[in-house]
Design a protein around this ligand. Sequence first.
Ligand code: SF4
Length: 357
Amino acid sequence: MSDDSVDFLHSGPLAPLKKWGTKWSLWPVHLVTACCGVELAHAYASGYDGERLGSLNYGIARQTNLIIVEGAITRKMARVLKITYEQMPEPKFVIVMGACGLKGGLFWNGYHMVRPSDVVPVDFFIPGCPPTPEALLRAIRSLQEKIVSGEARNTIEFEKYDLSKINVRGEQPLKPPSPKHYSPTPPIKVDVPKEVDWSFGKKLIAELKSDLEGLYKSITITDKNRIAIQAEKDDVVALASKLSKRFDHVKNVNVIDIPHEYSFIVEYQISSYSVKELMPVVVNLFARIPRNNPRFPSLAVFWPSADYLEREMYDLFGVWFEGNSAMGERFLLAPDTPEFPLRKDRKLREEIYSEVE
Ligand code: SF4
């Protein structure tokens, strides 16, 4: 197909027909990332019957033209989102569902959250937690209106090929052009220091560096109101003792399991309720520990809100927080739950089938 033919398809008398076809042929790829996926299932089940609007969920990226991002996108999923988007043919569209996809939602201060709009171009956002099925169908209708009223989209590049060279009888046959090697662009990295317009943060970092000298491995601004302090496990208590003079509570305790590096990362997210300028600031204090000896000093003595979070992490990952007197009892999980279920090497129980007499 020549460039003229492509232009003709996009702007000539056939253009409305092409738009009409795209409008009624939306094939959303299944990319369930979080609980918003339940609402998507609801929108496409018998009650709302999303298919009647000309869109049908499908499982293979290369035959789809719409991604509905269903809620939270984590660092790991960001790569999957990018690869999926790049595999889809043009013209393609993106709808993002839920508060998590807009600004992180209830995980807004999580270390692992990525905004989908930083990874792929987004056509429509649907607010809510979760948004209703009606809201999703409304977004589909809005997208259809956008397709019909907007400019035709197509970024496919056709390779020019000299047809006169193709396999004339008696000549050496030519090989067809080989497809281009597919190499997805990596998604943005979210854990590198950022240059942000945050003068208070720069002043704060300078103060922290002088206060905590000799106790940390690195202190970086990872975003506005976000500071990361990396330390050795043995220095964490001394660090917490100094930091607790500025920051009065722990918002979250996280454990990140990295089996291929034989380690866990333990992370405390600390902030302040009492100093106005520090209220929006979240400091991630983290250290690595070996996976075969998962012990970490409890920081509940400095920040009492860490107490139940540490016990929760023991239930889920088996990291023992030394000095937390309540550690050891099953705290969060039901008694018959398997041990440390969030460890990545935990095997799922296989279904047991038995013959019925
Ligand atoms: S917006 Fe709410 S329902 Fe949707 S993924 Fe986030 S937490 Fe779940």
